[in-house]
Design a protein around this ligand. Sequence first.
Ligand SMILES: NC(=O)c1ccc[n+]([C@@H]2O[C@H](COP(=O)([O-])OP(=O)(O)OC[C@H]3O[C@@H](n4cnc5c(N)ncnc54)[C@H](O)[C@@H]3O)[C@@H](O)[C@H]2O)c1
Length: 354
Amino acid sequence: MTITPELKMVDVEEETEAINIAVIGCGYWGINYVRLLSELPETEVVAVCDLSDDRLQEVERRFPGSELFNHIDDLLKLEDLDAAVVCTNPESHFEITSRLLKAGVHVLVEKPMTTTAEDSRKLIELAEEYDVKLMVGHIFLFNSGINMMKFYIDKGDVGQIYYLHSRRTNLGPIRRDVNAIWDLAPHDVAIFNYLLDSSPEWVSAVGTKLLLNDREDAGFIVLGYPDNVLGHIHVSWADPNKERQLVLVGSDQRIAFDDLNLQDKLRVFEKGVTASANEPASYGEYQLSIRNGDIISPQITFSEPLKNQTRHFLEVIRDKVSPRTDGWNGLDVVKVMEAIDASLASNGAPVSIS
Ligand SMILES: NC(=O)c1ccc[n+]([C@@H]2O[C@H](COP(=O)([O-])OP(=O)(O)OC[C@H]3O[C@@H](n4cnc5c(N)ncnc54)[C@H](O)[C@@H]3O)[C@@H](O)[C@H]2O)c1
C-alpha cells in the first residue's frame, strides 16, 4: 500500500502571480525555508531578515537576490509583501508575528507558536481581525510516516488505543533560549494530538538540569488523554544516542515509527491483547484474548516534510482554505507546554489543562 500526504499541490502550470514572501530568522532552521521557497516557482523570496549580519551574508552567498534586513521595522516598509515565515527564537514569535498580521501579511510561524497560551490566543484574534492566514509549523503533521499511522488508526485497524510513547534524544543541538522540553516536546504533543484527535486533560512532568545551566536538558512527560489513553514523551539533548521514535500500542496492533530508519520508517505489528468483558471464571482471572499476526512494513512514498508543509502554506494563501495546522492547533500545544512547566515546578504533580 502506498500513501502520500493528502495535500493538494498548487498547479504550477497555472498562470498566477508569484507570492511575495519573506523569511524572518535565518539560523539553523530558517535557511531551509529560504532554500525551499527559492526552489518553488509559485513564490519569490523578496526579503530575508535576521539580527545577525553573519546569517544574512550566508543567505546572500547561497541564495542571492533577496533584500536583506536586520530589523522587522525596515522589512515592514516593503510594499506588496504577501506572506512571511517566522523562524526566530520562540520568545520573539509573538512580537514578530503580531506585527506581520497587523500589516496584513499571512504568517507561517515555527513551533512553538508562542511561549504563552495568552499570546497564542491573541495571535488567533489578530489573524481574524486582519483577515489573514495564520499557520503553525508542526512539521510532523506533514510527514508521510505519521500520516500513514493516522490512516491505520482511522481505518480502525489498531483497535482500542492503549498508549503512545516517543523518544526524541540526541547530543545537542543545545539551545540558549528555551529548555530541551520546549524545544523538542512540541513535536510529540502535536503528533499525539493529531493521532488521537484530542488534547490531553492533564500532564505530569519531571526534568533535570545536567549541563550547569538554568534549563532542563532532559524531560519525562506523561500526558492523560480522554478515554484513559496515556502518552509518554522522553526528550533530551544530552543523550549520545540519537532517537526519533514513536510507538502506538492498541488492542489489535502496535505501530512503530522511526524517523531515522530510511528502509522501515513504519512497522505494523498485527498483535495485541484484550481482556474479555465477560465475568471472570474465578476471582481476578479474566479471559485474555491474544491476537498474533504478521509484522508489516508498509510501502510509503516519502517527500520532504518541510516542503510539504511549505507548499501547504502556499495553498492556504492561494485557495483561501484553513491550514491543517492552524492557530488553534498551535494554541493546544502551547497550553500543554505551559502545564508541563507548572508540573515541573511542583516535581511532577499532575496539572489539569482546561
Ligand atoms: N520544525 C522543526 O523540525 C524545527 C527544527 C529546528 C528549529 N525549529 C524552530 O525554528 C525556530 C528557529 O530555530 P533555529 O534552530 O533556527 O534557531 P537559531 O538560533 O539557529 O536561529 C534563530 C535566528 O533568528 C534570528 N533572530 C532572533 N530574533 C530575531 C528578531 N527579533 N528579528 C530577526 N531575527 C531574529 C537569530 O539571529 C538567529 O539567526 C524555533 O522556533 C525552533 O523551535 C523547528
